[in-house]
Each structure stands twice: as structure tokens, then as C-alpha cells.
Design a protein. Structure first.
Length: 283
């Protein structure tokens, strides 16, 4: 916990999308710890999560922001992919990446607040660890959280948490942005999403991406989603020690085929607030 607080307290590049951490405290009554973060700018508006936005639960925030248009979806996706890459670069894994842990700080004229879709922040670091490290903590309970976790991490994990598991979680968030709806709503009967069918859930997400995303966000975006969910990238396979072909995504593959590919979509769409080297962050 102390190491994580120190990490979050350090100065990070803007594309990391990490709030400045002042420190942490121990709640003796709740037997828990909490982190204290600064707001990104001087205002008192409560943050709004991406999950609340796509669930259309923003009425109580007095928000007047319309749903994002296509180029704003590309920008949001690009910023999140860059943020995850930066977090991995410092040798940590998030382990709890989901739309509930992507937040925005609305700003407005005092009467009604508006969300800047190009200004997300990453939170929810209660499970974050230095990489490598075995996942001894049981999976978080509840459907809403398990859906964002790689099938290997549902329930009591049997495999070490890897960066590719965070990338899978990003692959669940990206369709939510493209379809603008929570993945939990993809099936009318939520009983389909259960522990015994966790690998079927993964295949269902891939199938849904192939069928539903191209019409809304295009084939390039869809292919990025499939790479995140499958963990497989475009490269010549090599034979590993077990004798099987390995095309699993590595850091360079992620940077080129996910982050840079999303930046290219922003450039092609002419997204406002985007430069050739990356998103132009709002102060």
C-alpha cells in the first residue's frame, strides 16, 4: 500500500491519467485503507464514472452532456489505452480495470455540468500490484466486476496475473464505449454470465464485437477490440518450449497494434484536441 501511494504521488506524464495522491490512511473501524487524491483542477463537482455515463444514470448529476460522437469515442479509447500502457511501463498491473474505475470531473457554468470525454482518469487501485506477482486474492465478488476480468482470474485465481489480463479488461471497456452500453446488458438473461461459463463469456464478447461493432465504430476499432480480448496479435508465430505456436501480445505489440492503432483512428477522424504525437491534454 505504501509503495503504491509513493508511485501515485510521483509526477507522471499527462497521458498516464493518474490523479496526484497525497497519501493513504487506515480506517481502524472498517479494517481498510484509503487513498487521498487531489482533484485535477479547482472545482467541487463530484466525479462521474464511465459506467454511470453509459448506464444513463447521470440525471442526478444535473448533466447536459450528449452522448459522444464517433471521434470522441476514438479519443476516449486512445487515452485509456495510453494510460494503461504507461501504468504497465512503471512495472505495475492494475487488476481492477473496468468502466466504474474510469472517472470524469464535469465542468460547466455553475447551473449544469458537462463531461469532457477527452478527460478520463484512472482510479480503483485496491488490487494493483507490482508485476510479477501471483494473484492470491480471490476474485472480486459479483457479476458487475467479474465481467471485466479475464476468465483465468474469476473466483480463486490459479494463474499469475499478467499484463495481458489488464489488456483483456480494456478489451471489455472498448466495446462499451463503441456501443455506449454496459457489457452486462448484452444479454437479457444475466444468468448466462456465471463462473462455470466464464470462458464462454469471453468467446461471446469476441463474437458480439465482430457482429455489432463494425457498423458503429468500423473494422479497425473492432479488430483492436478482438486483439485485446483474444490476446493474439498480428505477427509471425514462434515455437515456445512446449512446442506450440505463440502469438501472445507483448509490450511492443500492444504499443504498436493497440495504442498507436487507436491514435491513428483519431488522426484519420480528425479528432478535435488531438495532435500527431498523441492527445493534446486539457489543463
Amino acid at each position: 500500500i505504501r509503495q503504491l501511494a509513493v508511485l501515485l504521488r510521483h509526477h507522471h506524464p499527462a497521458r498516464s491519467r493518474l490523479l496526484h495522491c497525497r497519501g493513504f490512511y487506515r480506517d481502524a473501524i472498517e479494517l481498510s485503507y484509503g487513498f487521498i487524491f487531489d482533484f485535477p483542477f479547482a472545482q467541487s463537482t463530484p466525479p462521474v464514472s464511465l459506467y454511470a455515463s453509459i448506464s444513463e444514470r447521470t440525471a442526478r448529476y444535473n448533466l447536459k452532456t450528449p452522448k459522444p460522437v464517433l471521434d470522441q469515442c476514438y479519443l476516449l479509447a486512445s487515452i485509456l489505452s495510453d494510460a494503461l500502457f504507461q501504468f504497465h511501463t512503471v512495472g505495475w498491473v492494475h487488476k481492477s480495470l473496468r468502466s466504474e474505475n474510469v472517472i470524469f470531473f464535469p465542468r460547466g457554468d455553475g447551473e449544469a455540468e458537462a463531461i469532457d470525454w477527452g478527460g478520463p482518469w484512472l482510479v480503483g487501485f485496491e488490487y494493483a500490484r507490482e508485476d510479477p506477482g501471483f494473484s492470491e486474492t480471490p476474485g472480486m465478488p459479483g457479476l458487475a466486476t467479474n465481467l471485466y476480468r479475464h476468465p483465468d482470474q474469476w473466483g480463486q485465481p490459479t494463474r499469475r496475473f499478467r499484463k495481458s489480463h489488464d489488456i483483456y479488461s480494456l478489451g471489455v471497456i472498448l466495446p462499451e464505449i463503441g456501443l455506449w452500453m454496459p457489457v452486462s446488458k448484452l444479454k437479457s438473461d444475466e444468468r448466462f454470465f456465471q463462473h462455470s461459463k466464464r470462458y464462454e463469456t469471453k468467446e461471446y464478447f469476441i463474437k458480439t464485437a465482430k457482429e455489432s461493432l463494425p457498423f458503429r465504430v468500423g473494422m479497425a476499432y473492432t479488430e483492436i477490440v478482438i486483439k485485446c480480448l483474444s490476446g493474439q496479435v498480428d505477427k509471425e508465430p514462434f515455437v515456445d518450449d512446449s512446442g506450440s505456436n505463440n502469438t501472445e501480445m507483448g509490450p511492443e505489440d500492444y504499443q504498436v497494434q493497440i495504442s498507436r492503432a487507436l491514435r491513428s483512428l483519431c488522426q484519420i477522424s480528425g479528432t478535435k484536441g488531438f495532435s500527431g504525437s498523441g492527445p493534446r491534454w486539457l489543463e
